[in-house]
Ligand binder design. Structure first.
Ligand code: SF4
Length: 361
């Protein structure tokens, strides 16, 4: 339990809460980027324990939530082809595309499998030489190294039947897009600790300076989150806007250089449409030209016209910090985990699911 129990220590939680109450003199709005942080905050009842002057809003850091309907439709198209095994992480199966979800096409007979690692998908391709195995590679910078490694391994093993449908999203461009929105009210960010474990801190300095916005890289346990909030509010109260690292037990300033090399070996940065938010320039990874034979989009010549999003779902406003889940008119009524209108009610990192499961509704 080392590195867990001490970060859930009630005495430390109380100390940090007292300190936050003591120093807060003005209203501040803080956004935690990561859906894992959102769940930890809401599950532990932290928003209600903070001073009334502090508002927490929830960012776009749920990979399932931001995967566009168009890409889910592409995955469904692939799953419906004969001789293709479509593999993905579990949460992706229940997210609605324009017509149906991957779970529904699986029920109709498509070979859709839940895996926990893209390396399992490479093994599946080795074991099924007469099938094409496609891994639906979603996620932020955190999952990109393993997905890239799967492509490197497939190339080493000379596999002709493995490819990935890449839908990676990058955090810093999304933060800039949120801060550039004239309606945004965000005073400081709690940045996602695991993303920074891979990428380090360098990308955050220009954002903090340009938007005069403190950024505190923060972990996921209650003590982490409260210390991150305290660090952010301390800066705000002093009029500072620095990048600070609360999660130093995991995050090195330079990040994980080997993981970064693997990412850059396989992926190139491209524009990406985020569900609910729209196109964010240079905010995604796709397979580069060197490894293009492992790009499922090219390999299977996918050409699907992007569908419109469900206008009843306001997930974009929630992920930009403009609204909270309970402000959605469909929250807990038309939209519940068992019949979701949008991805944030499905995903284990979705803000709407966090409020549905842990906060009164
Ligand atoms: S409650 Fe449902 S419809 Fe409303 S924003 Fe969340 S996922 Fe979308």
């Amino acid at each position: 339990m080392k590195y867990l129990s001490e970060f859930r220590d009630p005495a430390l939680v109380e100390d940090f809460l007292n300190e936050i109450h003591k120093i807060t003199t003005q209203p501040w709005t803080l956004m935690e980027i990561c859906g894992g942080q959102t769940h930890s905050l809401v599950k532990n009842g932290i928003p209600a324990l903070l001073p009334d002057k502090i508002t927490l809003v929830h960012g776009p850091g749920c990979p399932v939530c931001v995967t566009s309907i168009g890409i889910i439709d592409e995955a469904i198209y692939l799953a419906q082809q004969r001789d293709i095994i479509l593999c993905s992480f579990g949460d992706m199966l229940r997210v609605p595309g324009s017509q149906k979800s991957l779970l529904e096409v699986k029920a109709e007979g498509a070979d859709v499998r839940i895996l926990y690692s893209p390396l399992e998908a490479v093994k599946l391709a080795e074991e099924n030489p007469n099938k094409q195995v496609v891994f639906f590679a979603v996620g932020f910078e955190t999952t990109a190294p393993a997905n890239a490694l799967s492509v490197v391994l497939a190339a080493q093993y000379k596999l002709e039947n493995y490819s990935i449908l890449a839908s990676h999203v990058l955090v810093p461009p999304a933060m800039e897009a949120i801060l550039s929105d004239e309606n945004n009210t965000i005073d400081a960010f709690l940045a996602a600790g695991h993303v920074c474990t891979i990428m380090g801190l360098d990308e955050y300095y220009p954002i903090a300076q340009k938007y005069k916005c403190p950024i505190v890289v923060t972990g996921f346990e209650p003590v982490d989150l409260l210390q991150g909030i305290l660090m952010a509010v301390t800066q705000l109260e002093k009029g500072e806007y620095k990048v600070e690292n609360q999660y130093s037990r995991s995050v090195l300033p330079q990040g994980n250089l080997i993981a970064q090399q693997t990412i850059h070996q396989v992926f190139e940065v491209n524009d990406r449409v985020w569900r609910g938010i729209g196109n964010i320039p240079q905010s995604g990874y796709d397979v580069n030209t060197v490894f293009k034979k492992y790009n499922a989009r090219l390999k299977f010549n996918i050409d699907i016209i992007p569908a419109e999003e469900n206008k009843e779902c306001i997930s974009g406003d929630i992920m930009k910090g403009l609204k909270k889940p309970k402000q959605c008119p469909n929250f807990g009524t038309k939209c519940k985990p068992e019949h979701p209108l949008g991805a944030p009610m499905v995903s284990s990192e979705g803000a709407c699911a966090a409020y549905y499961h842990y906060a009164e509704h």
